[in-house]
Design a protein. Structure first.
Length: 162
């Protein structure tokens, strides 16, 4: 592992921890050349998945692209990077559980929106506005009304249980 500061290949591991239910290994490292410390994450690459786009193009699943899009949706929201990484891990696990080599972008988008809806409503609306290609205020209003209706339904169900 090269040091991100001086690019020296000589580093030592100071601490190693399993995170995210054992799927990711976190290592705290120190460069022996410049003495700076940094963290690396290691995870098994198990997804060999292609996304079928709306125009029928096939594109390899890109974890970093998903992360960038989620970071944009969650920008300036009280959501930690750790939570976003956990969200991505959940989505990847769902994709693995599907046991498919190809998935439509629509299905991936719906999966992401389902996770975001549970996490943060504002991030959900932001993601949905791009994913569903909102063109005017009415599109936002329609999505918000549906979200409000779902919240009211959940409240009624909770009250009925009690």
């Amino acid at each position: 592992m090269k040091c991100p500061y001086c690019e020296s290949p000589i580093t030592k591991v100071l601490d190693k921890r399993e995170t995210d239910a054992g799927h990711i290994t976190r290592r705290r490292r120190e460069c022996l050349s410049c003495a700076k410390r940094f963290t690396t994450y290691e995870r098994a690459e198990v997804l060999n998945l292609f996304i079928i786009k709306k125009d029928k193009r096939r594109e390899a699943f890109n974890r970093e692209k998903l992360k960038r899009n989620l970071m944009k949706a969650c920008e300036k929201r009280p959501i930690s990077h750790e939570t976003i990484n956990h969200l991505i891990a959940n989505i990847e696990q769902e994709l693995i559980n599907m046991r498919k080599s190809e998935i439509e972008s629509r299905a991936l988008g719906e999966l992401v929106m389902g996770e975001l809806k549970e996490l943060d409503k504002v991030a959900y609306i932001r993601f949905a506005s791009v994913y569903r290609d909102f063109t005017d205020v009415e599109d936002f209003e329609k999505e918000l009304q549906e979200l409000i209706q779902n919240e009211k339904t959940k409240e009624i169900e909770v009250q009925a249980e009690n």
